[in-house]
Design a protein around this ligand. Sequence first.
Ligand SMILES: NC(=O)C1=CN([C@@H]2O[C@H](COP(=O)(O)OP(=O)(O)OC[C@H]3O[C@@H](n4cnc5c(N)ncnc54)[C@H](O)[C@@H]3O)[C@@H](O)[C@H]2O)C=CC1
Ligand SMILES: O=C(O)CCC(=O)C(=O)O
Length: 528
Amino acid sequence: MAPKVLISDKLSPTAVQIFKDRGIDADFQPDLGKDKDKLAEIIGNYDGLAIRSATKVTEKIIANANNLKVIGRAGIGVDNVDVPAATAKGIIVMNTPFGNSITTAEHAIAMMFAVARQLPEADASTRAGKWEKSKFVGTEITAKTLGVIGCGNIGSIAAERAIGVKMRVIAYDPFLSPERAMNLGVEKVDLDELFRRADFITLHTPLTDKTRNIIDAAAIAKMKDGVRIINCARGGLIVEEALAEALKSGKVAGAGIDVFSSEPAKENVLFDAPNVVCTPHLGASTSEAQENVALQVAEQMSDYLLHGAVTNALNMPSISAEEAPKLTPFVRLAELLGLFAGQLTQTGIKAIKIEYEGTVAEMNVRALTSAALTGVLRPMLQTVNMVSAPAMTRERGIHVEEVRREQQGAYEGYVRLTITTERQSRSVAGTVFGDGKPRIIQIKGINMEAELGPHMLYVTNEDKPGFIGNLGTVLGDAGVNIATFNLGRSERGGDAISLVEVDGPIAEDVLAKVLALPSVVQVAPLAF
Ligand SMILES: NC(=O)C1=CN([C@@H]2O[C@H](COP(=O)(O)OP(=O)(O)OC[C@H]3O[C@@H](n4cnc5c(N)ncnc54)[C@H](O)[C@@H]3O)[C@@H](O)[C@H]2O)C=CC1
Ligand SMILES: O=C(O)CCC(=O)C(=O)O
């Protein structure tokens, strides 16, 4: 059946067309995002949800999203999505990190000019026939200092544009390298220095716990008298009451505000403050940007739903469309190794080590590790998947180690997974042959070669004559049909392992009879 995607915000119709062209059933309900209850009611029917900023993807929506595999944000900020809840439910959250950057930076620059020359008020006054030339004396931008807070994609484009209109640009961004600052032609400063020196300040950080209220009364007190502030990032970055007070007192000479602490902003303390230019979250609203983000999000979501390719996900390593076919059998192998070891592990896991050798070490091992962790956790947590597994492993305090090595043994690509518990370490290794099928090639250091079927019986015993016949008799008497029988041993008379594929689940009493056989040490049914 074709995957189903709900578009619950005003995305460009390009997105609908792309989904349809790719064979995905797209349900375009551009106003649905505003109706939380309706969204919660129907979300269970969809594999994908494409949104802008009006849809709030809350924990409640996610709780009802029982078929959802991907949330695609046609834009940058994902503060309207409960990403931890999506991750815990195994839903990928992806955005389009570059599609609207130029447009948003241009809006910030437009706001700066509008504020410097009070364009909206001058426009209204002129239309009202007032001709108030002396009331609207503005400020020149040339040679003024612009302080950019957050110099990432949008901040750096805004900086370049500002330099183009002959401003001096200083930037505060803990992650801005000195080389990047130099290449951009901006001076990297700390926040207090930015506040002290800037004539204009523009905000371009995401809204996080660190950036929330980054401009409050105390910050404003550190700024130059007559500073002008532009916010085209997120409402919560500014304490609006503090800014309104500062505008009224004249400490802040003007503000350009595109984003508000609560949206849609039908009322706001800033609406009554002087010298404020407001727009209704228009930063990304140009036809070019909306085409870009709609096209990108629809392509990315389709690639994931149809081929497992992951691009621009916030909670999952990327897997390109080219590497997806090569990676898929190894993803399956990693998951099988995890499932194998996970099912045999009874006590608390302390550490998981995954070793990649040969060709597989050159692949996207983050994705493979996520698959392996999924396998390990699945016996305990049925709903875990590649998105949620790393977070769930971390939450449980399990240490994960990844090792990559060149080919050392006979296998071109080799993966070994070792689980360490308080009592012991257990390892299982596998490979993928030319036929694309994953095989187990080593268990606890004992070589064997086995394909894993849906129902397997794992038996460890002392290597003594008669065991295979006895096992065959117990299974045969119980009507259990053997599909394949794989054997390995450490040495003659040493530890031996049997991995037997059977046609269905084995009853408890039959397992007990196998365990009671002479020389048997451990018996476990495994399901794959
Ligand atoms: N008004 C609108 O319509 C739009 C608003 N946005 C907003 O703009 C924000 C920025 O977008 P991009 O530049 O694409 O993101 P980005 O991730 O490229 O850049 C953000 C920058 O902020 C910096 N940063 C993070 N924490 C910081 C802190 N505590 N102090 C100073 N800098 C910090 C990061 O190091 C990074 O360089 C988005 O998160 C989104 O909220 C984005 C698009 C449209
Ligand atoms: O979709 C929009 O109009 C808002 C864009 C935005 O805020 C973002 O991309 O972070």
